[in-house]
Design a protein around this ligand. Structure first.
Ligand code: SF4
Ligand code: SF4
Length: 293
């Protein structure tokens, strides 16, 4: 089972939920930080790192001595990353998505493969859990290609599905966030009961609904704000799987980089119940799929 923990905005407690779920999961699991622009799951899980590698994206390198300026590469590229103007071929590596299309289509074989550094992929273990994270190079804007490479490594670590996976997804509803959750069996949306929280939560719900995945909500800092988030969930039939109270001891644990399930047995219970709620959502989906098969 793959569980993504997402949120419409940063600062809702998404990583806290991911880390806490990892520690109480009770089955073989890999925790993955796909928030590659600002990974921080490791600050809570304190994994022992075992390896890392630099991630690259392939980019075109044009040999103009072979080029006839036919424009086929420029016509093909959807991202305007290669352009032919008069007798000049220009490449814009920072806009290249590394699809390789221009290299394949060039009739003169004038384009070879170069590479540009995207960031770093690191892995290790946090107790009995596997741990994996990507970190985008400072100044790099292209996170989906790095996320794809992290996921490729995840497939090996998840050992053909024999280990469950918890993904700490990037906040927001842009392309990287959708990319992170797209292979999930269940999506958990973390929010807080404030007007800002509701606004971003609605955006997230609207962005992820078309994916057709089972979704559930976690209300963090329950007790502040108002009850609009609860009305929204009720209207949309979105189950609230957990409410984490607004509590000084939790805030202190968070500030010290501790897992909040350590705060008290009541908080631990919240996460054990959350895990059960996630399992029920996944099972309901499996039985629906079986009924339609
Ligand atoms: S497709 Fe090849 S030959 Fe044509 S413009 Fe591009 S690099 Fe030159
Ligand atoms: S590799 Fe793909 S994205 Fe990059 S320049 Fe070529 S066609 Fe465009």
């Amino acid at each position: 089972m793959i569980v993504s923990v997402a949120s419409g905005k940063g600062g809702t407690g998404k990583t806290t939920v991911s880390a806490s779920l990892t520690t109480i999961w009770g089955r073989p699991i890999v925790a993955v930080d796909l928030d590659v622009e600002e990974p921080n799951l490791h600050l809570f899980l304190h994994p022992a790192m075992e390896g890392n590698e630099t991630a690259y994206i392939k980019i075109p390198v044009v040999d103009e001595s072979k080029c006839t300026y036919c424009g086929a590469c420029s016509d093909l590229c959807q991202f305007k990353a290669i352009s032919v103007v008069n007798q000049l071929v220009m490449t814009f590596p920072e806009m290249c998505h590394g699809c390789g299309g221009c290299m394949a289509i060039c009739p003169e074989k004038a384009i070879s493969e170069g590479r540009r550094e995207l960031g770093e992929i690191s892995w290790g273990s946090a107790g009995s859990a596997g741990f994996l994270m990507g970190r985008l190079r400072v100044g790099e804007a292209m996170s989906p290609p790095l996320m794809r490479q992290v996921k490729a490594r995840l497939n090996a670590m998840a050992a053909g599905g024999s280990r469950d996976v918890i993904i700490d997804a990037p906040p927001g509803v842009s392309c990287p966030a959708v990319n992170a959750v797209i292979d999930s069996d269940v999506i958990i949306l973390v929010t807080e009961p404030t007007p800002f929280g509701l606004y971003d939560f609605q955006l997230a719900w609207e962005a992820f609904c078309p994916l057709g995945k089972p979704m559930g909500a976690v209300v963090n800092r329950a007790g502040v704000g108002n009850d609009q988030i609860y009305h929204f969930c009720q209207d949309k039939g979105l189950p609230i799987l957990a409410q984490i109270p607004f509590d000084r001891a939790i805030a202190e644990a968070y500030a010290r980089g501790r897992i909040i399930t350590e705060v008290s047995s009541d908080i631990e219970r919240i996460f054990i119940d959350l895990k059960e709620g996630i399992r029920h959502l996944a099972e309901r989906r499996s039985s629906k799929e079986a009924a339609h098969a």
